[in-house]
Design a binder for this molecule. Structure first.
Ligand code: G3P
Length: 222
């Protein structure tokens, strides 16, 4: 399973990259705003900065336009920034048409705001490279987000769609483990959820014991 980090924060992207497990980055307009990145030139430069940190991983950059011509114009501009840019397009009618257009032109896409299996099926038919089902936001409204990942997995496997399931809106480490069990191709998560996978109290206790025993035996040997 691929690990992406879901942030526009360069420090966090660097930190995840240094762990040696990072396969890519996803951003969205809210995450860019959170970092105070606004204005076309600054936004485009920020995407290039991200691509330069994660030199061999996909970076999803989201369009703002909602009309077909606007989505195509923005998407082509984003895609021209760096070979690793994947154009993130919302699951709306004009977005679907744009995904087909991009797919025919060899521009890679991530269809975002996926909340149903039907939407994921349409995105795959249109040639999306990734679909982003929002696990946490479904959980927030008492709907099982992980069940949606299972449904999409089944449908894509039934027909051999090579669209990758990119589980998004991940809130905690167990979401990541559960997505791996179900067979999501990619998980995009905040740094906190990724690093939380490292922790276990028995690891900490075991290490303290090993180091204490080593100290004792070293002192005895003096
Ligand atoms: O990038 C899309 C997605 O991961 C958003 O997550 O936490 O805002 O629901 P969240």
């Amino acid at each position: 399973m691929k690990f992406f980090i879901d942030t526009a924060n360069l420090q966090q992207i660097r930190e995840a990259h240094e762990l040696g497990i990072l396969d890519g980055v996803t951003t969205n307009p809210s995450l860019m705003a959170k970092e105070g990145i606004s204005g076309k030139d600054r936004v485009l430069k920020h995407y290039v900065d991200i691509c330069e940190i994660v030199d061999n991983g996909d970076v999803s950059a989201e369009v703002i336009a909602t009309d077909l011509d606007g989505i195509i114009r923005e998407g082509e501009e984003l895609a021209s920034l760096h070979p690793n840019i994947v154009v993130k397009v919302p699951m709306i009618k004009e977005g679907l048409k744009a995904i087909r257009y991009f797919s025919d032109k060899g521009i890679r896409t991530n269809c975002t705001l996926i909340f149903s299996a039907g939407q994921a099926l349409l995105a795959a038919k249109a040639g999306a490279g990734y679909v982003s089902p929002f696990v946490g936001r479904l959980d927030d409204v008492s709907t099982d987000g992980l069940q949606l990942i299972e449904q999409i997995r089944l449908i894509y496997d039934n027909y051999g769609y090579d669209t990758e399931i990119l589980a998004a809106s991940i809130r905690h480490p167990m979401h990541i483990v559960n997505c791996a069990e179900i067979g999501a191709d990619v998980v995009t998560a905040p740094l906190s959820a990724i690093t939380a996978l490292l922790n276990h109290p028995l690891t900490d206790n075991g290490l303290s014991q090993f180091l204490a025993d080593h100290r004792k035996s070293t002192e005895l040997a003096k």
